[in-house]
Design a protein around this ligand. Structure first.
Ligand SMILES: O=C(O)CCC(=O)C(=O)O
Ligand SMILES: [Fe+2]
Length: 327
């Protein structure tokens, strides 16, 4: 990690800085993304009222009896939105690692509108599939949509920062993200009253599939860990008032692995740390347009160097990764 400390980046400060200062701050972000790809973002401008509202509604939703939550369940395996009950997903399987299912439940919602003229069958059946909204708690849908909208905007601002960090024109990524297929996921890791199975975690080791993830872990919570460049698991500390950002596979692909899509996981609570404690988080997975073709950036290739990966299409890549985890 940069300087051994978890990096904290002031986004508002970057946005009002002059060009030279932005380049300097961009270089800092480049260094972070080359080493771990995880940083905390402060001064992000997202309204605290919007955050508190979705946080509270998600908490109330997870408190409902199981039969009520099941009313908004994803209708079949591999369906991306709605309620995904306990032990239905194993994130480690996205890396072809067999593992018991993760000890969590989630509620998932997709893009708020389908672009005009979208006819791709897979796109319509997968990322533009309807979100199965819960009837309760009251106000859930409005709170969800407000947070989703705020985070889509924040993600676009962070993509501008990333463009500066990569010495690209600041609006370079805009054409790839003007009809994004991002998903918001509210996660609940229930109190653990029975011991986990061997190898069973709250979230198995994985990388995220998109451009970037904006995570809001429960204040003061533990459990999220990342792999450092020297191969050790290390905790991601909660930073009050900040979002935790991590880059996903598509940034690694764009940059020919100059930036790392770092493996991370959520471990079970230890008895000293409150043992069975419940944990909550919100994860916004920013994902470029369904048909955005992610091709290695020339700027990231040394003269004569070949791209390590074949280009991928954002939507189909996401779909295949997601579906591999719910088999
Ligand atoms: O809940 C967390 O803190 C992280 C979850 C995560 O990494 C994921 O769902 O991709
Ligand atoms: Fe993740």
């Amino acid at each position: 990690m940069v300087g051994g400390q978890f990096p904290v980046f002031d986004l508002g400060n970057f946005e009002k800085a002059n060009a030279a200062e932005r380049d300097r701050l961009g270089a800092e972000v480049d260094a972070i993304c080359r080493s771990t790809g995880f940083l905390a973002i402060t001064n992000h401008g997202v309204s605290q009222a919007v955050i508190d509202a979705v946080w509270g509604k998600a908490h109330d939703f997870f408190d409902l009896p199981p039969e009520q939550k099941q009313k908004s369940k994803a209708p079949y395996k591999g369906y991306p939105y709605g309620y995904l009950g306990p032990e239905l997903e194993a994130l480690a399987k996205s890396r072809d690692v067999d593992s018991p299912p993760d000890l969590k439940e989630s509620f998932n919602g997709g893009p708020q509108r389908t672009p005009n003229g979208m006819t791709d069958k897979d796109a319509l059946a997968f990322c533009y599939a309807p979100t199965i909204w819960p009837e309760a708690p009251e106000g859930f849908v409005d709170a969800w949509k407000a947070y989703y909208t705020s985070l889509e905007d924040l993600a676009a601002r962070i993509m501008r920062l990333f463009a500066v960090a990569l010495k690209l024109p600041e609006d370079y990524f805009e054409r790839f993200i003007d009809a994004p297929i991002s998903a918001l996921r509210a996660l609940n890791y229930p109190e653990q009253t029975v011991p986990p199975k061997p190898g069973q975690l709250r979230a198995g080791a994985h990388t995220d599939y998109g451009s970037l993830t904006i995570l809001l872990p429960q204040e003061g919570s533990k459990g999220l860990e990342l792999i450092t460049p020297d191969g050790n698991w290390t905790p991601v500390p909660p930073v009050p008032g900040a979002f935790v950002i991590n880059i996903g596979d598509l940034m690694a692909l764009w940059t020919n692995d100059r930036w790392v899509s770092t493996m991370h996981r959520v471990v079970n609570p230890s008895p000293e740390d409150g043992g069975m404690d419940r944990r909550q988080s919100l994860a916004f997975f920013h994902q470029p347009n369904w048909d955005a073709e992610i091709v290695c950036l020339e700027q990231c290739l040394a003269p004569g160097e070949e791209p390590k990966y074949q280009p991928v299409l954002s939507g189909p890549y996401l779909m295949s990764k997601f579906q591999s985890t719910t088999k």
